[in-house]
Design a protein around this ligand. Structure first.
Ligand code: SF4
Ligand code: SF4
Ligand code: SF4
Length: 296
């Protein structure tokens, strides 16, 4: 190899190495900056009081209309009868019943305070908005479905029956124009006031007052106050939440674990240093072998 071309080669390797080092440095900065958000004053959410729900499913119908989702017919093709959340059903009211108790329960995205779907998404297609809603950006999504795997509530669904499948979940009506009008389609449609829409901190105050003022009516817990780091949709019920299908989760978001691992790797520069030395070794070996061939 002539001196000039060798110099050029060394420059190229140095530039590539600097690039490899620089990229993780940016990521390291981002990871360090990814502080946990916590519940904020401006965060909007919903309080669902299962003791006030009569199971009329007006909320389901309103949600389908607001989000232009089709009905899911039963086996006879007559009733709109979804069995669970799906790419066509963003909210669902179920009935729990045993020998001693029964309760309706509405399910949809919980709009977590520190959402694992957002932290797991490699392209930032899942976004925690300043108003507390967790939304999805079709333009950024690559369809990897990490958000589905990360969600502790099994909420995001994927349109498997479409050639251009999309991730589908409740976006707190931020995607359909309702939220900016000051309500959600489901809260507006509810005839009994079982779904309250408002600021999360005010909803928490209301929930605590209801428990205090109605001894014996509720289990002594607001689901979502702390669960999984807190959620934007809060629940009151007369039946223990584990029986209503809510997972028992720690008081910190699982996003904290995944970001903690990422943070540790980048903080000590383990991954970028290994990549850099690996590339440098391959480049050195290839150069030496090319040089030797030329000499031979
Ligand atoms: S419930 Fe799941 S999809 Fe909804 S914000 Fe939380 S982690 Fe994301
Ligand atoms: S907030 Fe909007 S999208 Fe979410 S369940 Fe209610 S109506 Fe459906
Ligand atoms: S509209 Fe209200 S009362 Fe009717 S099922 Fe939904 S939450 Fe329950």
């Amino acid at each position: 190899m002539k001196n000039k071309s060798r110099r050029q080669f060394v420059k190229t390797i140095a530039a590539a190495g600097a690039g490899v080092l620089a990229a993780p440095l940016v990521s390291a900065k981002t990871a360090v900056a990814a502080k946990f958000r916590g519940r904020r004053d401006r965060d909007m959410g919903m309080l669902y009081d299962a003791t006030m729900c009569i199971g009329c499913r007006s909320c389901e119908v309103a949600c389908k209309q607001a989000n232009r989702k089709p009905t899911e017919y039963d086996a006879d093709g007559i009733w709109d009868a979804p069995k669970d959340l799906s790419a066509k059903t963003l909210t669902l009211v179920k009935l729990y019943k045993d020998d001693t108790a029964q309760s309706f329960v509405k399910r949809q995205c919980m709009h977590c305070v520190d959402p694992a779907c957002v932290s797991g998404c490699p392209t930032s297609a899942m976004v925690k908005q300043p108003n507390g809603a967790v939304t999805w950006n079709a333009d950024a999504c690559v369809g990897c479905r990490y958000c589905q795997m990360g969600c502790p509530f099994n909420i995001p669904k994927y349109e498997f029956d479409s050639a251009y499948g999309r991730i589908v979940k409740c976006e707190l009506c931020a995607n359909n124009g309702y939220l900016e009008k000051g309500f959600t389609a489901c809260s507006k449609a509810c005839p009994t006031g079982a779904i309250l829409f408002g600021r999360q901190k005010e909803l928490l105050r209301t929930a605590k007052e209801r428990i205090r003022d109605n001894p014996g009516r509720y289990v002594e817990k607001i689901y979502g106050e702390w669960d999984s780091g807190g959620t934007g949709v809060l629940y009151l019920a007369s039946v223990p939440f584990e029986r209503l299908g809510f997972p028992e989760l720690p008081e910190y978001s699982s996003a904290r674990i995944s970001e903690g691992i990422q943070h540790t790797i980048y903080q000590h520069m383990i991954a970028p240093i290994l990549i850099y030395f690996g590339l440098a070794f391959v480049a050195f070996r290839n150069t030496r072998s090319a040089h030797k061939q030329k000499e031979d």
